[in-house]
Design a protein. Structure first.
Length: 303
């Protein structure tokens, strides 16, 4: 086994341990995830970073690649089952996407469950989007996106913006998104022994920690159950081995039937949120390169 393969397996094992902690002890899982961030190169030399506060209490970070266009921006929402994750844990992924998309990124640190339940996270994501508009960014120059729970939160935010007549962004990117809190997809069972990242028994617990029973089918929490007509172009990346594969395939089918411009790719042999492993597997950086190309195309940047 070469070093690159050993590094991948060690990193995968660490992430899996954090995932298993997340539904039994979210506080301990958060601490472990933050320590794990020490292993990953966070602040990259190609970018500059600036911490800000949006509104009264939303920590955020500007990520500005050297080659980015100053008027193009990605609102990035991190994953972590709504119970873990932060700007720091996902800084490397957000930075790589910004670099390849040649855009600035605004990464926000929304409040976590179970201490803060739905719809707090949607409200904070919307506040961040409105902040971009207030800063003079035009909707056609904004993208939104995230991975796992951050993908679900991005989808829920799109629903909220549409329902409240707030101009939609130019496009959205979803990486291994969690679109269905009810865990009704077939892949929850079919892939439960294939996905090394997400323990299938944790899905219902994470969902109820976040949204409780009454809100599990609310489209702001579970975008799969919403009216998808009128949304901006979306790009979905999901792994063939994912427990959440059915979330993406069903969402893509429903969105296409509603007339949405949808690009979905199922990556062979890939697991949940493999894009975050860009530093140790070639499929990670290849996926990020395609995300960057999609952003450049829809934000009207030259190739």
């Amino acid at each position: 086994m070469n070093f690159r393969t050993l590094a991948f397996h060690n990193l995968l094992r660490l992430y899996k341990n954090v995932g298993q902690l997340a539904y039994s002890n979210p506080q301990l899982a958060r601490a472990a995830f933050e320590r794990l961030a020490d292993v990953i190169p966070g602040k990259l030399s190609e970018c500059s970073y600036q911490n800000i506060i949006i509104g009264e209490d939303i920590p955020a970070e500007w990520i500005t690649p050297k080659r980015s266009k100053s008027d193009k921006v990605l609102l990035f929402l991190h994953g972590g089952g709504y119970a873990t994750g932060s700007i720091r844990t996902h800084r490397a992924l957000a930075s790589q996407i910004a670099i390849h998309g040649r855009v600035k990124a605004l990464s926000i640190e929304y409040k976590l469950a179970p201490e803060h339940k739905f719809p707090t996270q949607i409200e904070q994501a919307v506040t961040a989007y409105k902040f971009l508009l207030e800063q003079g960014y035009k909707p056609e120059n904004i993208a939104i996106g995230g991975e796992s729970a951050g993908g679900g939160l991005s989808g829920g935010t799109l629903h909220y913006l549409k329902d409240h007549n707030i101009p939609l962004p130019a496009c959205a990117i979803f990486m291994s998104p969690w679109f269905d809190l009810t865990a009704s997809g077939r892949s929850i069972i079919n892939n439960k022994h294939k996905d090394p990242m997400v323990p299938h028994k944790g899905i219902p617990l994470w969902a109820r920690n976040y949204a409780e029973e009454a809100n599990l089918t609310n489209p702001y929490a579970s975008p799969l159950f919403g009216d998808l007509s009128g949304l901006c172009p979306v790009y979905i990346q999901v792994g063939e081995c994912e427990i959440l594969l059915s979330d993406s395939t069903r969402y893509a089918d429903k969105a296409k039937n509603a007339g949405v411009d949808v690009t979905m790719e199922v990556w062979p042999d890939m697991f949940h949120a493999w894009q975050g492993f860009w530093m140790v597997i070639p499929e990670g950086i290849a996926a990020i390169e395609k995300l960057g190309a999609f952003l450049r195309k829809n934000l009207l940047l030259k190739p």
